[in-house]
Ligand binder design. Structure first.
Ligand code: APR
Ligand code: PHB
Length: 405
């Protein structure tokens, strides 16, 4: 058995784990990253692509914003199409100048992995049978790689291993409470090298179901359709996808829509899920390991980033200032923000999707609620404020002595 010693063992190489690694490295805190999949698999995964300003700021702090600055698309508004009519939500005007940035999570993951390689940080990809131990006392992680058994002794374990990971699953049942809502439909997503139908994202509520027109660049589009969970991807030819998307759009968008062969097509189920608490002794859960949101509010990646903002600053405070305050407050602070984003994502999903079980009355009430939101300054402001991201308070890192980032 190979024995390694480090301060923080990070499980999972998604955006949460990679970002935490980069921030710890910048602060001079030793860590080891352990991921069950191959680096190629991780860097090719296609996910959502909207960054709140606070996430962009964090990437800047981590020193991985070069590509983001070059290729990220600042967006100052979104469109909501309801009853065949488009309504613009002027995000910047409604939130004192805030914006979001369109930048694919795939690109972000690649940037973070590149920075990790450049800094020659210790990572184990294709780690088998990853297990976490003794996290209420002196934690360690075990796994196999190329037939060799490893043991990593550490002060803390960061469980950044996503919804299906091992960290949350290892917590004793009597120490954890989970809250869950599963939606009775999925999103069929298509990526295609065609110019986007519009300069801004269009969220569509139609009688045929929800649709979303998004993008990755001026040449690459990302579109989604609400579909029954029983649908299979191979039942959706490109032609059927484009026809259905057109059917859910307004006449102007129908005219502007440019179609082409899909380069990726998949169906994702929608789920709301929260774990309480997010800390178990010396184990800290972050990102999808602790909570899932339906993608309608574009909050998944941003919540992972805000957890990491809290966790990295708590660990830095612990190692550089010998203070446990940030670690002790971690769970409570994260969950406060998590539940607000859960509420917003649930609300957007509820408002814009068609539910089979809705009565005619439910449909009318929902339409009235959406009309109110779109016609009222207060309504639009509520939507915009949540969409660009609610603020979170962090101890200014400069106050933590010796910090190099
Ligand atoms: N051991 C090691 N690694 C594991 C294990 C395990 N037992 N189980 C899962 N992993 C890895 C996965 O292979 C994945 O690479 O943990 C990583 C988790 O990454 P993500 O699922 O991307 O989760 P997170 O980093 O929290 O990112 C949140 O990504 O999933 C999207 O919608 C989500 O946008 C949000 C963001
Ligand atoms: C995406 O571009 O993939 C995307 C954008 C906004 C969302 C969800 C997904 O709300």
């Amino acid at each position: 058995m190979e024995i390694l010693n480090t301060k923080v063992a990070i499980i999972g190489s998604g955006p949460a784990g990679l970002l935490l690694g980069q921030l710890l490295y910048k602060a001079g805190i030793e860590h080891i990253l352990i991921e069950q999949r191959s680096a190629e698999y991780v860097s090719a995964r296609i996910r959502a692509g909207i960054l709140e300003q606070v996430s962009v700021d964090l990437l800047k702090q981590a020193g991985v914003d070069q590509h983001l600055n070059e290729f990220g698309l600042p967006h100052h508004g979104i469109e909501i199409l309801s009853n065949g009519e488009k309504h613009r939500i002027d995000l910047s005007a409604l939130t004192y100048g805030k914006q979001v940035t369109v930048y694919g999570q795939t690109e972000l993951t690649k940037d973070l992995m590149h920075a990790r390689n450049e800094a020659k940080l210790t990572s184990f990809y294709e780690a088998n049978d990853v297990k976490i131990h003794e996290f209420y006392n002196e934690p360690y992680v075990t796994f196999y790689k190329n037939g060799i058994e490893y043991r990593v002794n550490c002060d803390f374990i960061a469980g950044c291993d996503g919804y299906h990971g091992v960290c949350r699953a290892t917590v004793p049942q009597d120490k954890i409470k989970t809250f869950e809502k599963v939606y009775p439909f999925g999103w069929l997503g298509v990526l295609a090298d065609v110019p986007p139908v519009s300069d801004e994202l269009i969220y569509v509520r139609s009688e045929r179901g929800f649709a979303l027109c998004s993008m990755r660049s001026s040449k690459r589009s990302r579109y989604y359709l609400q579909v029954p969970l029983t649908d299979k991807v191979d039942e959706w030819s490109d032609e059927r996808f484009w026809d259905e998307l057109k059917n859910r759009l307004d006449s102007e968008s129908q005219k502007n829509l440019i179609t082409g062969p899909s380069i990726e097509k998949s169906i994702a189920p929608l789920r709301s899920f929260v774990t309480e608490p997010m800390r178990f002794g010396n184990l800290f859960l972050a990102g999808d390991a602790a909570h899932i949101v339906p993608p309608t509010g574009a909050k998944g990646l941003n919540l992972a980033a805000s957890d990491i903002a809290y966790l990295s600053s708590a660990l830095i405070e612990y190692y550089l200032n010998s203070s446990k305050q940030g670690l002790d407050e971690y769970s409570e602070k994260c969950l406060k923000r998590v539940w607000k984003a859960e509420r917003f994502s649930w609300w957007m999903t509820h408002l814009l999707h068609h539910f089979e079980t809705e009565s005619d009355f439910d449909i009318k009430i929902k339409q009235a609620e959406l009309d109110y939101i779109l016609e009222s300054e207060a309504g639009k402001k509520t939507l915009a404020e949540n969409y660009v991201g609610l603020p979170y308070e962090l101890k200014r890192l400069e106050k933590i002595k010796n910090i190099s980032c």
